[in-house]
Design a protein around this ligand. Structure first.
Ligand code: HEC
Length: 104
């Protein structure tokens, strides 16, 4: 009986974890469109060419660098005309950062 309970607990935890990861990815994908990122950046073959493609961004920048780029695009490039996204909620920023740092 105890084994069943433990097993059930593990399965429930795993289900919770995968569904929240999937929800975060869905949120990130939605924001990449609604925030206009894809107006300037190609991702998976679609998007504008004003900025660099984001398909392999996780191989070039780590999560902290991506966060800084989103909060203050001029920090690493004073001439950047990318807008800042400091108005986003923390969970929205984090979902995008996780998604982008996994593009390798
Ligand atoms: C008006 C166009 C524009 C929009 C909108 C825009 N970007 Fe950018 N982005 C750029 C340009 C241009 C660069 C390259 C120049 C620079 O360093 O800022 C850039 C650079 C970046 C970089 C660093 C790329 C690298 O290789 O160093 C990341 C990451 C990034 N953008 C993500 C995003 C995300 C995510 C969004 C939406 C939340 C977004 N951008 C919206 C124009 C834009």
């Amino acid at each position: 009986m105890k084994t069943f309970a433990t097993l059930f607990f593990i399965i429930a935890l795993a289900a919770l974890f995968t569904s929240s990861a999937a929800a975060d990815e869905a949120l990130a994908r939605k924001l990449l469109v609604s925030q206009g990122c894809k107006g300037c950046h190609v991702l998976e073959g679609e998007g504008g060419k004003l900025g660099p493609a984001l398909d392999k961004i996780g191989a070039r920048l780590n999560a902290d660098q991506i966060r800084q780029k989103l909060l203050d695009p001029k920090a690493d490039n004073p001439k950047s005309y990318m807008p800042g996204f400091a108005h986003l909620k923390e969970n929205e920023l984090q979902a995008m950062i996780d998604f982008l740092s996994n593009r390798k």
